[in-house]
Write a protein that binds this ligand. Structure first.
Ligand SMILES: Nc1nc(=O)c2c([nH]1)NC[C@@H]1CN(c3ccc(C(=O)N[C@@H](CCC(=O)O)C(=O)O)cc3)CN21
Ligand SMILES: O=c1ccn([C@H]2C[C@H](O)[C@@H](COP(=O)(O)O)O2)c(=O)[nH]1
Length: 267
C-alpha cells in the first residue's frame, strides 16, 4: 500500500500534541522531540501534495551543495532566494553544507571529498556500515551562517536497492521539512543511478521538530486538505558523475498539488 500522508500525519501530531517552546529566533514554537518517517521511493517521489512546492528551488539548492558552493551567487543566477536572509554582504554563508560535503578540512592541511568517497564506497563496498556523510564539523560551526540542520546521513545497500537515512537536528515543519524530504529523496535517486542500483527507502529522522507560532493558520489550512498520490521523478539522462547533473535533467510527472501557502520564515 502506498501512503502519501506521512508528512501530514507528522504535522498533525506535533500540532495537536507538541509543547510550547521558545527558540533562538524569538518567534516561539510548538515542538516535539524525536520523530521518524519512512518513504518507499519505489512508490513515488515524496513531494508534499497538500501545498504546491517549488521544486525548482529544491533542485538548484541540491546542485549547489554538490558543487561545494556556499556563496548565494549561483542561487541568484537561477532566481532562488531561500538563503538570502543568512548571507553576508558578499553573498557568503561560511563553510556550510556544500563545503563540508566536498572540502572537509583535515588537521594536516588537506581536504576530504565526502561525496566522492561515498560513491566510491557504495560501488566497491556496498555492505559497508560506514556509508556516512556529516556536515556537522564541530571545529567550524562558529564560522557558519547557520549550523547545519540536516547534519548527518547514511546510506544502506541491500537486495540491489539504495536507502538513505537523514538525521535532522532542527526541523521547521511547515517550511523546511518538505524541502528536506524532497532534496534527500532526489539525492538518493541520483546516487542510485550513478551506482546502478534501484532506490529503496528514504528515512527521515528529526530531533527538535517544531511548528512556528506564526505558521498556525497555514498549518490548519494545510491539514484541512486531503493528501493526493505522490508524483514520479524522471531522470532524463545518466551523467558521467554525481557532479554533472543539470537542472534540466529532472522532470516530475503527475504532480497535482493543492495551491501554495505562503508563510514568513523565522530568521
Ligand atoms: N526558519 C528556518 N526554516 C528553514 O526551513 C530554513 C531556515 N530557517 N534557514 C536556512 C534554510 C533556508 N530554507 C528555506 C528558506 C525559505 C523557504 C521558503 O520560503 N519556502 C517557500 C517558497 C520559497 C521559494 O521556493 O522561493 C515555500 O512556500 O515553501 C524554505 C526553506 C530552509 N532553511
Ligand atoms: O534545511 C533546513 C534548514 C533549516 N531548518 C530550520 C530549523 C529551524 O527552524 C531553523 C534553524 O534554527 P536553529 O536555531 O539553528 O535550530 O531552520 C530546516 O527545517 N531545514
Amino acid at each position: 500500500m502506498s501512503r502519501s500522508d506521512q508528512y501530514e500525519t507528522f504535522m498533525r501530531d506535533v500540532f495537536e500534541h507538541g509543547v510550547e517552546k521558545s527558540d533562538r529566533t524569538g518567534v516561539g514554537t510548538r515542538s516535539m522531540f524525536g520523530y521518524q518517517m519512512r518513504f518507499n521511493l519505489q512508490e513515488g517521489f515524496p513531494l508534499v501534495t497538500t501545498k504546491k512546492l517549488h521544486l525548482r528551488s529544491i533542485i538548484h539548492e541540491l546542485l549547489w551543495f554538490l558543487h561545494g558552493d556556499s556563496n548565494i551567487k549561483y542561487l541568484h543566477d537561477n532566481k532562488v532566494t531561500i538563503w538570502d536572509e543568512w548571507a553576508d554582504a558578499n553573498g557568503d554563508l561560511g563553510p556550510i553544507y556544500g563545503v563540508q560535503w566536498r572540502h572537509w578540512k583535515t588537521s594536516d592541511g588537506g581536504y576530504i571529498d565526502q561525496i566522492s568517497n561515498l560513491i566510491h564506497q557504495i560501488k566497491t563496498n556496498p555492505d559497508s556500515r560506514r556509508l556516512v556523510v556529516s556536515a556537522w564539523n564541530v571545529g567550524e560551526i562558529d564560522k557558519m551562517a547557520l549550523p547545519p540542520c540536516h547534519m548527518f546521513f547514511q546510506f544502506y545497500v541491500a537486495q540491489g536497492k539504495l536507502s538513505c537515512q537523514l538525521y535532522q537536528r532542527s526541523c521547521d515543519i511547515f517550511l523546511g521539512v518538505p524541502f528536506n524530504i524532497a532534496s534527500y529523496s532526489l539525492l538518493t535517486h541520483m546516487i542510485a543511478q550513478q551506482c546502478d542500483l534501484d532506490v529503496g527507502d528514504f528515512i527521515w529522522t528529526g530531533g527538535d521538530c517544531h511548528i512556528y507560532n506564526n505558521h498556525f493558520e497555514q498549518v490548519k489550512l494545510q491539514l484541512s486538505r486531503e493528501p493526493r498520490p505522490y508524483p514520479k521523478l524522471i531522470i532524463k539522462r545518466r551523467p558521467d558523475s554525481i557532479f554533472d547533473y543539470n537542472f534540466e535533467d529532472f522532470e516530475i510527472v503527475d504532480y497535482d498539488p493543492w495551491p501554495a501557502i505562503k508563510a514568513p520564515i523565522a530568521v
